[in-house]
Design a protein around this ligand. Structure first.
Ligand code: BES
Ligand code: MN
Ligand code: ZN
Length: 492
């Protein structure tokens, strides 16, 4: 879907959707078009007041086909409210059966957003809300779908400026959703790497380590998780070095388990559903790299994605196996389903050895219990640095959906990871504090002085029901958050 901002002066033809605030009547721009007062009479006849959930479709004598969408009153934060407006417009847009549609924002001329313009923000929300993944539907849709959205505006230049950067973020979110929607048979580790290569991201250098190279480096945790699968593991690096030469980079690490069966500790049937999206963290890192390369940020940023399948076979890791990580620590694999932390541990260590980052952020569908804690409202944030946590929370507040909530890294959680045979176990005894002990496991692989944050997105990576700006399925969670965090860093 394309978006275009257009001066609203000329005569209007075609199909038009207009958000209408409660009690406002016909939006000013349409009133001008409505010489015979057809719209005015229609809204009276249909008792349309602009309340949330009300619609009114009218064909004007001029041939202009108008759908008024009630959006109620501005409530709470303007941005949050605009998201629900975007969501309502998205649901109308999905049903209009036209290739081109106009959106008249003159009803929202009083609405002011903190940054940019209301029209640009609305277009962004519309883009987020109208995503669909139908590459594998062979049956062509019989009715046309919207390809071009023309947003009528009285300040085209301001809207276009504001939308340019939002569009880069939108592309990043779409990329992440596309990757996480792909089934495991279509996107094993090797294909994930290929997909990223075809993106040809500007100023992003790709580096890939294969199994042999990882063996040489002693990345045994990655290799152990991957050893039960016939698909080989890869470590993908995306280097974007547009900052100062000697400036230590920000390193983003995303979990890339292309399918998580649980391994020997096999998941039950319900738990296996949608485990193709266990690379949503990796997908979010790719989406973020795509967004920042389009935005042209002046920073050094590296994305790393360890890619594996966690499968079951005679070659798969056993429970109780002891494996030495790249950083030298020995790990008892008490549960083969706690695989995400294993691959992240080696990937983060490699990231620190290779790039000497000042800041490292990992993002992962790490623990299923997040869903019980947060539903689909928040991802969990863990950090060893308050200022990094604060900056991430601030960025989160500025996104449409990427909300996060901080959870503690209490020192007691460290003791819960003790092992009788190795330096540490990959799960906590008794299974208490599942998400925090997983975070604490990762902390064992953070070098002294590195500021680190861990985002557990198991709660929010996939939706089973639509949200206004996130249709059910892969959400692309993290792209907006990480991109906004990096944009804010640029400004400060
Ligand atoms: N990929 C799962 C976590 C997950 C579950 C993400 C459901 C999204 C939805 C992860 O690898 C896993 O299996 N974690 C275990 C940890 C346990 C063995 C300590 C879990 O959550 O049960
Ligand atoms: Mn698992
Ligand atoms: Zn997993």
């Amino acid at each position: 879907m394309k978006f275009e901002f257009k001066n609203s002066e000329g005569a209007l033809q075609g199909t038009l959707i207009a958000p209408v605030l409660e009690g406002m009547g016909v939006p000013p721009r349409l009133a001008r078009e409505d010489k015979e007062e057809t719209l005015a009479r229609a809204i009276t006849a249909q008792n349309f007041n602009g309340c949330k959930g009300e619609f009114c479709t009218v064909l004007l004598p001029t041939g202009l086909n108008v759908t008024l969408v009630g959006v109620g009153k501005v409530e709470g934060g303007v941005e949050t409210w605009l998201q629900t407006v975007g969501g309502s417009l998205a649901s109308v847009l999905k049903k209009v059966r036209q290739k081109e549609v106009m959106i008249c924002t003159s009803g929202l001329s009083e609405v002011k957003v903190k940054t940019g313009t209301a029209a640009a923000y609305l277009a962004f929300c519309l883009g987020l809300g109208t995503y669909s993944f139908d590459v594998y539907k062979t049956k062509k849709k019989e009715t046309p779908e919207v390809e071009l959205v023309r947003i009528l505006s009285s300040e085209v230049e301001a809207d276009e400026n504001a939308f340019t950067s939002l569009f880069s973020v939108l592309n990043g979110v779409y990329e992440a959703r596309d990757l996480a929607s792909e089934p495991a048979n279509m996107l094993p580790p090797r294909e994930f790497v290929e997909a990223v290569k075809t993106l040809k991201m500007k100023n992003v250098a790709l580096k890939v380590l294969d199994k042999k190279q990882m063996q040489k480096l002693g990345m045994n945790l990655v290799l152990t998780v991957a050893q039960g699968a016939s698909e080989a593991p890869y470590l993908l690096m995306m280097e974007y070095m547009k900052g100062k030469k000697d400036e230590a980079p920000v390193v983003l690490v995303g979990k890339g388990v292309c399918f998580d069966s649980g391994g020997m500790n096999l998941k039950p049937t319900a738990g296996l559903t949608h485990m193709k999206y266990d690379m949503a963290g990796g997908a979010a890192v790719v989406g973020t790299m795509r967004a920042i390369s389009e935005l042209g940020l002046k920073q050094n940023i590296v994305g790393i994605v360890p890619l594996v399948e966690n499968m079951l076979s005679s070659k798969a890791a056993h429970t109780d196996d002891v494996v030495q990580a790249m950083n030298g620590k020995t790990v008892e694999i008490s549960n083969t389903d706690a695989e995400g932390r294993l691959i992240l541990a080696d990937a983060m260590w490699y990231g620190q050895e290779t790039y000497h980052p000042q800041i490292m952020i990992d993002i992962a569908t790490l623990t299923g219990v997040m869903k019980y804690v947060f539903g689909s409202q928040y991802a969990g944030l863990f950090t060893n640095d308050n200022s990094l946590g604060t900056a991430l929370k601030k960025a989160s507040e500025e996104t449409v959906m990427d909300k996060i909530w901080e959870l503690p890294l209490h020192p007691e959680y460290e003791k819960m990871l003790s092992s009788d045979i190795a330096d540490l176990s990959n799960i906590a005894k008794g299974g208490e504090a599942g998400s925090a002990t997983a975070a604490m496991f990762l902390k064992n692989f953070i070098a002294e002085g590195v500021k680190w944050a861990h985002l557990d997105i198991a709660s929010v990576g996939w939706l089973t029901a639509d949200k206004p700006c996130s249709p059910k399925g892969a959400t692309g969670f993290g792209v907006q958050l990480l991109t906004q965090y990096l944009i804010n860093r640029e400004d400060s």
